[in-house]
Write a protein that binds this ligand. Structure first.
Ligand SMILES: [Cu+2]
Length: 137
């Protein structure tokens, strides 16, 4: 009986640890990584992709040497070329997360298709921008 209790307690501890790791974003998958001269920008989410509807994501900035990079004010916007129409524009809500160089964002897409993504930043280490494309599917 005592042994059973121990097994149950160990399982409960493992489960709690797993949930904590999840909340801390340990299970995030990379959607896209982009390098500039002095920064590496990683776009991540739990699913590792963007889908039509509302998406939560994390943007992580690291320096060329691999240290967290305080990017200051960060913005992310997207555009999708539509034949015979004005491009579809969607902007993200981005705010700083715990820890330097880490930002939480949400963005909504009304449909699927490849988005041209622009990330801009302006912080103590300087300002910059990067463009890349992400499929929404
Ligand atoms: Cu569209």
């Amino acid at each position: 009986m005592k042994r059973l209790m121990t097994v149950v307690m160990v399982l409960a501890a493992l489960l709690a640890g797993g949930l904590a790791a999840r909340a801390a974003g340990a299970e995030l998958k990379v959607i896209q990584t982009q390098k500039t001269k002095d920064a590496v920008i990683a776009l991540k989410s739990e699913s590792g992709k963007w889908a039509p509807g509302k998406n939560a994501f994390v943007l992580q900035f690291t320096s060329a040497s691999g240290q967290p990079l305080d990017a200051g004010k960060v913005a992310l916007s997207t555009s999708m070329a539509m034949p015979g129409m004005a491009p579809m524009i969607a902007g993200a809500t981005v705010s700083p997360d715990a820890g330097p160089g880490r930002y939480l964002g949400t963005i909504s897409f009304p449909d699927g298709g490849t988005r041209q993504v622009t990330v801009t930043w302006d912080g103590p280490a300087g300002k910059g921008s990067v463009k890349f494309s992400v499929p929404v599917r």
